[in-house]
Design a protein around this ligand. Structure first.
Ligand code: DQA
Length: 141
């Protein structure tokens, strides 16, 4: 099973960025741990701050991978183009947010991609990525 984690803008700064909201762990450190938790899954990670690169990646893997776990960062709340890309591919996408976006500023309450995703996880910290992967691996016959 092949699963890609995609992180959008500013998530390369995890560990340094607003630690009171996003914690002190870097995503690279977390990714090393998560790979050991799913030894039978081919897990890959991609991050970009550029909307078009995120869309290109969705197109690239979206007809061959088994699942995508995506935190689109602030593009969640602004990008119809990312929502359309998710609608246009075959690979199912799970939306993840580290923070509980529903308990934050009102501009974070709207998300364009949610309706095109299998499901959304918010507010469970990095654990949300684990749970997204676990969902896909549990779909195995
Ligand atoms: C985020 C929430 C977004 O509102 C914010 O713009 C982010 C991170 C999260 O993981 O909680 O960059 O997606």
């Amino acid at each position: 099973m092949k699963i890609l984690i995609i992180n959008g803008p500013n998530l390369n700064l995890l560990g340094k960025r607003e630690p009171e909201i996003y914690g002190t762990q870097t995503f690279e450190d977390y990714f090393k741990i998560i790979k050991t938790k799913f030894p039978n899954t081919e897990l890959e990670y991609f991050q970009s701050n550029v909307e078009g690169f995120l869309i290109d990646k969705l197109h690239e893997v979206g007809f061959s991978y088994d699942g995508i776990v995506m935190n689109a960062g602030a593009y969640t709340h602004t990008s119809i183009a990312i929502a359309d890309a998710i609608a246009g591919i075959q690979t199912p996408v799970i939306e993840v947010h580290i923070s509980n976006v529903h308990a934050r500023e009102s501009f974070r309450h709207k998300g364009y991609m949610s309706k095109n995703c299998v499901g959304s996880i918010a507010g469970l910290g990095f654990k949300g990525y684990d749970l997204g992967i676990q969902y896909f691996t549990s779909q195995l016959p």
